[in-house]
Design a protein around this ligand. Structure first.
Ligand code: ZN
Length: 364
């Protein structure tokens, strides 16, 4: 194993790493996408799981200008408004502006979240996992319509079939009249006898096993999106997506990860640091012999090139480095023999210093 020394042991953080990951997103095809973009993360940080799951209270009827009925389900839709980029779905913001009532029709399904914890090595090299997710699926009894079989809809008694009701709203600025979707028929203008299986929702919660391919290079906080594996939409609406949130267990070998760079520490005795030695270092590839050159200083970083983590979405050969941080150990107790040898060393050092006019024994 070839080793090289870093000029500056502190120069081991790579601010551009996150950028690399987001650029490589384009290269991940298939149904899976890894969402590691900082901006998307900030959306999640702001709105949390409730936002991702949608439903009442998530975004509420929030300040985005009228996702009217509170079934604004996908926080990433907000993002597409600002950053573009076909995250599909369509109609995310489609509720009309300013609280206009929305006619009952197909509604997109909510996104579902699944948390997946994987081993350190699986995150580095990728893995296949089967996950069991719970989501709403179309009701088989009523084919998703929510209507009891053999019945037909009748005109809604509350709104008279218009689907709208006028409501007075009192605010500090005065009373306003507001047109709202009829609460009885949800704006449909007609009511139906509900399906007994799904209580009229048209969907039932079921669990499903999904095979997931986790790409090499994912990290804690990575999210995988599986398109169309979220909950079914109401009344035939398109399904939401499944978001798999990745957590990574700590390395049993004590390896630490920083993007594609792996860090670990190695203890070297002061004698070996002076004379040089070879030590066995645990890496993601298994144990590797590392040469510690003579005269290695405490805190030195030795780099094992290409022994780090594959870059997400890049060719398998594109790997980061493994940085080994050398800790020079100095014994607190020495034998009489060792003490004699070290004292002899001190005398030799002092004599050499006198001979060379004050320079140290190490000749540095
Ligand atoms: Zn049903």
């Amino acid at each position: 194993m070839e080793t090289k020394r870093l000029a500056n042991p502190r120069a081991r953080s790579h601010p551009s790493l996150i950028l690399c990951i987001s650029l490589s997103l384009q290269e991940i095809s298939n149904a899976y996408e890894v969402l590691s973009d900082d901006q998307k993360r900030s959306i999640y940080d702001r709105f949390g799981e409730a936002g991702l799951k949608g439903g009442a209270g998530g975004f509420g009827g929030g300040g985005m200008g009228g996702a009217g009925q509170g079934d604004f389900t996908n926080p990433f839709d907000i993002f597409e408004q600002f950053f573009g980029g076909g995250m599909g779905g369509g109609g995310g913001m489609g509720g009309g502006m300013g609280g206009q009532p929305r006619r009952r029709g197909p509604a997109p399904g909510t996104d579902e979240r699944h948390d997946l914890t994987i081993d350190f090595a699986d995150a580095v090299f990728g893995c296949s996992k089967e996950v069991e997710v719970s989501r709403l699926e179309s009701c088989g009894t009523c084919s998703g319509s929510g209507v009891k079989a053999g019945t037909s809809p009748s005109r809604c008694g509350q709104c008279g079939g218009s689907g709208q009701v006028v409501q007075a709203v009192r605010t500090p600025l005065g009373a306003f009249q507001q047109v709202m979707a009829c609460p009885a028929c949800e704006g449909a203008g007609e009511t139906s006898a509900p399906c007994a299986s799904c209580a009229g929702d048209g969907r039932l919660r079921k669990s499903k096993r999904i095979s997931l391919r986790v790409p090499p290079g994912v990290d804690g906080g990575s999210r995988l999106r599986v398109r169309g594996e979220g909950s079914a939409g109401r009344r035939g609406g398109p399904p939401g997506d499944l978001y798999v949130f990745v957590r990574v267990r700590p390395s049993p070998a004590g390896l630490r990860r920083e993007g594609t760079t792996v860090h670990s520490d190695v203890d070297v005795s002061y004698v070996d640091a002076i004379l040089g030695t070879s030590v066995q270092v645990e890496t993601v590839d298994g144990p590797v012999d590392l040469r510690v050159p003579a005269g290695t200083q405490p805190g030195t970083t030795l780099v094992m090139a290409k022994r780090g983590v594959p870059r997400l979405g890049a060719a398998p050969a594109a790997r980061g480095d493994h940085q080994v941080h050398v800790r020079v150990t100095i014994p607190t107790k020495v034998s009489e023999e060792e003490k004699g040898l070290v004292e002899a060393l001190r005398e030799a050092q002092a004599a050499a210093a006198t001979a060379k006019g004050g320079k140290g024994w190490f000749g540095r």
